[in-house]
Design a protein around this ligand. Structure first.
Ligand code: SF4
Length: 334
């Protein structure tokens, strides 16, 4: 499969009065053309920081991409000037933010906001821009688009505003769409509609999608592959099937056990005890050691190597080491 994006050993830090926060610590992942990769993890695990780094939206200072590369169609985005990056942002790569109300300007009509990006990046007439805006409103399922184009954000419901934000992100026909918690601010029925819309748009346009979320229900619906992040690192990555049914990392297992399931009615949810480590001084070993029921002596001393369980399934955990497997097998046999 052709890769559209390759993130290699990405590091992002923030300098604060209290010290340097190592928010993203050597992250590696790729995205194939036309696929949806979900990046999941708890708040503060670095998933939004990693996606903002792809857009080069890390405020510098205090933030900084302190290492690694981000290859988009073979071009390293970390090496581009601000001017070159402005040409890519919104045209080749677009982003949808969490809260549709703050993503829209309340003082401008929906039409002018929809057409702004188009007219800024492409020299087209206002008639052509309007035609394109109407097409996009139709694509995202806004009824009476001619009328709605003249209205302001407050005249739209939350779900409709999110549809507008999606239309804005897609109007320049980007190759890569980054959606950061796109359904978190919406109620459940609207969430389902927006997820269906993502599927429809991807089938129609072939856009590649990175979906940032903490919601495994969202992931189950639309992701092809899933990367699980913890304390600034990707600790397990695999296809949707591998992560939901063959997950190996104790954190991924814990994450899945803490999600309510209809087929396990009456069973108690199991929370993951403890809190993630302090990213001012992250542990040198596995960052999950303090919360992990399977932790061994080596875990907090040395970070585990990445084990390849299949072409698509990789996990960073000492339990995959042959010596640990042997010890577990011996313990089970006793
Ligand atoms: Fe648990 Fe050790 Fe695996 Fe980390 S490396 S998840 S502490 S067993």
């Amino acid at each position: 499969m052709e890769k559209i994006l390759e993130v290699n050993d990405l590091h992002v830090t923030f300098s604060t009065y209290g010290g340097t926060v190592k928010a993203v610590r050597g992250v590696n992942f790729h995205l194939n053309k036309g696929e949806t990769l979900a990046i999941v993890g708890e708040s503060g695990c670095g998933k939004s920081v990693a996606s903002n780094a792809i857009m080069r939206l890390i405020p510098d200072p205090p933030g900084k991409i302190s290492g690694g590369s981000i290859l988009f169609n073979g071009r390293d985005l970390t090496k581009l000037s601000d001017k070159e990056m402005r040409r890519i942002r919104g045209v080749d790569i677009s982003m949808i933010f969490q809260d549709p109300m703050t993503a829209l300007n309340p003082t401008l009509t929906i039409g002018s906001q929809l057409m702004e990006g188009l007219r800024q990046h492409h020299k087209i007439s206002s008639d052509h821009a309007k035609k394109k805006a109407l097409e996009m409103m139709d694509l995202v399922g806004i009824p009476n688009p001619e009328e709605r184009l003249k209205q302001y954000p407050h005249q739209f419901s939350g779900g409709m505003r999110q549809r507008i934000v999606i239309a804005m992100a897609l109007i320049c026909e980007p190759e890569l769409l980054i959606a950061d918690e796109p359904t978190t601010a919406l109620d459940v029925t609207i969430q389902a509609q927006i997820l269906e819309l993502f599927e429809k748009i991807q089938a129609g346009t072939g856009v590649s999608i990175i979906l940032i979320t903490h919601d495994l229900g969202v992931v189950a619906k639309i992701a092809d592959r899933i990367a699980v992040m913890y304390a600034g690192k990707i600790i397990e990555v695999g296809t949707k099937r591998e992560i939901f049914y063959e997950q190996e990392h104790p954190y991924t297992k814990g994450l899945l056990k803490s999600v309510p399931r209809l087929d396990l009615k009456g069973e108690k949810l199991t929370p993951i005890d403890g809190t993630p480590p302090d990213l001012f001084s992250p542990p040198q070993g596995c960052p999950f050691t303090a919360r992990c029921p399977m932790a061994m002596e080596v875990c907090d001393k040395v970070y585990p190597f990445s084990s390849e369980l299949s072409d698509t399934h990789h996990v960073d955990c000492w339990l995959q080491d042959e010596r640990a497997k042997q010890l577990l097998a011996e313990a089970a046999a006793k």
